[in-house]
Design a protein around this ligand. Structure first.
Ligand code: MG
Length: 255
């Protein structure tokens, strides 16, 4: 993979197409995000594109309680090994798409998270080999129906509603994920502010651990956990996840 690109997906004439960010412009590339990006010579203005989630994962593997101070605010014990759960592919939405507030919940929370995008099939890899399987990094929001998470005792329903996984706007390649500023903003107000260096389990440990359990496929995403400051959203709210070196993912809630 070439280093230092920002890959994106957009919709044009009903097709899913891919491009590379070049300032305010987008260079359209042939093939998908897993191929060597080859410019077609076509250029689009970023502001005129309808961006899509940059990948279509077969699954999103998520890590719970991976920041000490978030575990404290949830009054949860620190896990001895990564605590895993899944979000379905059908929960994925792209930048500026709406998160739909489900009628069965009274408390829908945001969780700003760094997401790792897998680039090659990955099974039982060592921590040392993990970097070779990563395509890049993107922003994610692990939207959670907190009341249902508590009442159900396990997390599948609370984490899996359609629209509960905003992803994007870009996949940043060649970026080290171990010390990036991560910020969550609700209606413009900073509600989460941390650094990925405060994770309990870092990216190599997480992906090696997960790959001992299940094969990760190109486009699968690993959500690395949320820093402290999670809280509820209401219909009409705008939630932003911004990560240093990647970009800003913005979504609005609707009833
Ligand atoms: Mg989370």
């Amino acid at each position: 993979m070439p280093r230092g690109d920002k890959l994106l997906a957009f919709s044009e004439a009903g097709l899913r197409r891919y491009g590379m960010l070049a300032g305010e412009q987008v260079e359209v590339i042939s093939g998908g995000p897993f191929d060597r990006p080859t410019p077609t010579g076509e250029v689009r203005r970023l502001s005129e594109l309808k961006l899509l989630a940059p990948v279509q994962p077969s699954k999103a593997v998520c890590v719970g309680l991976n920041y000490r101070d978030h575990a404290a605010e949830m009054k949860a014990d620190l896990p001895g090994s990564p605590l895993l759960f899944l979000k379905p592919s059908t929960a994925v939405i792209g930048p500026d798409e709406e998160i739909v507030y489900p009628p069965s919940s009274q408390q829908v929370d945001y969780e700003s998270e760094l997401a790792v995008v897998i680039g090659k099939p990955c099974r039982a890899v060592s921590e040392a080999d993990v970097p070779g399987y990563i395509l890049g990094l993107t922003c994610a929001n692990d939207v959670t129906a907190r009341d249902l998470q508590r009442s159900d005792g396990q997390w599948t329903r609370a984490k899996s509603f359609d629209t509960f996984l905003p992803l994007g706007p870009y996949i940043a390649t060649g970026l080290e994920g171990d010390d990036l500023a991560i910020t969550g903003r609700l209606n413009g107000r900073v509600v989460q502010s941390s650094r990925t260096s405060r994770m309990i389990f870092g990216i190599p440990r997480l992906i090696s651990f997960i790959s001992q359990v299940m094969t990760l496929l190109p486009g699968d995403v690993i959500l690395t956990g949320t820093p402290p400051g999670v809280g509820p959203m209401r219909p009409g709210d705008v939630i932003e996840v911004e990560i240093e070196g990647i970009g800003l993912l913005r979504n609005r809630l609707k009833a």
